[in-house]
Ligand binder design. Structure first.
Ligand code: R5P
Length: 297
């Protein structure tokens, strides 16, 4: 019970209290695209992902093990992640990697890989289910849940069902869903496909979308009403990877979810820092590459 000792009830409000009657009630504009109408918890989690100052995010993707085991550069997560965690905003990983190798006291946002069910040993990796459910996402304090979609493949419906089920569960508890546009082996990486797929994911209710960078990218981002982050893809020379990140941000992306171009770089930490300069500090690709060359060991 509240301590009422010393509190006297009067007919009028104590004149010493200051209600700042000359100051209008505070209003804020939320910094994430398309997110004004979400609930507080959802916005709090999005703010952990997207830096409120820059509006952007740098996610470190190291969830590759869920389909391919220990890929090059990710053999020892317990060594790599402590090196890179300070330089990124979000750790994108599986629950197994997080629980076994990543100390929880980093206090980083987590993009939790939730879809699962195929490996590179199968003909195609499109046949997935939900491997990590909402209860475990809550337990892991996930800032968002990542689900792969495979539009245009025979697993289109099941992957979109995985996405919708995850969004529905996330809406109950205020956890955003990251819908990932994956490209089946037979699919072209065309701007038309990426434009359609990102819009479909947003319309189904995902709060953020991940897609590859492509030609006409500003049209892809303009047509997607929620923030887009780009996937890194196969390793490029560092100057080209930084140019891709720079163009993506200039053309409306709100972040980079990069794996191999960071952890397989000559100096992963210098590369993570250089990408962060592009994402958060308006560095051009040339400035970021110079930073990389000056910083790398
Ligand atoms: C897809 O979402 C994958 O699991 C990776 O997270 C994604 O491919 C990003 O990694 P990378 O930059 O190596 O392509």
């Amino acid at each position: 019970m509240a301590d009422t000792q010393g509190v006297t009830v009067h007919n009028s409000i104590d004149p010493k209290k200051n209600f700042h009657l000359d100051v209008p009630a505070g209003k804020t504009v939320f910094h994430c695209k398309g997110s004004d109408n979400y609930d507080w918890g959802m916005k709090d989690r999005l703010s952990r992902i997207f830096n409120p100052k820059s509006g952007n995010t740098l996610m470190l993707a190291f969830d590759h093990g869920y389909i391919m085991g220990a890929s090059t550069g990710l053999e020892r997560l317990d060594i790599l992640i402590p090196e890179l965690a300070p330089d990124v905003d979000v750790l994108m990983a599986t629950r197994g990697a997080l629980r076994s190798c990543v100390p929880p006291m980093y206090n980083k946002a987590v993009a939790l890989r939730c879809s699962a069910g195929s490996t590179v040993l199968s003909a195609d990796v499109t046949n997935e289910t939900i491997g990590t459910d909402i209860e475990d996402a809550i337990r892991m304090n996930a800032s968002c849940m990542a689900v792969q979609t495979f539009m245009g493949t025979e697993d289109e419906k099941s992957s979109l069902t995985n996405l919708c089920n995850t969004i529905n569960a996330g809406m109950k508890y205020g956890i955003p869903t990251l819908g990932v546009v994956a490209v089946g082996k037979q699919m072209a990486r065309s701007p038309q496909f990426f434009s359609m797929a990102t819009r479909v994911i947003a319309e189904l209710g995902a709060q953020l979308v991940k897609v590859y960078y492509c030609e006409d990218f500003e049209k892809v981002t303009a047509g997607c009403p929620v923030p887009i982050v780009i996937a890194g893809g196969k390793v490029l020379p560092p100057d080209q990877a930084l140019t891709m990140a720079y163009r993506a941000i200039q053309e409306g992306a709100h972040g980079v979810d990069m794996g191999r171009n960071i952890f397989q770089a000559e100096d992963p930490k210098a590369m993570a820092q250089a990408v962060a300069k592009v994402v958060h500090e308006n560095y051009t690709d040339k400035m970021a590459y110079e930073f990389f060359l000056d910083t790398k060991k």
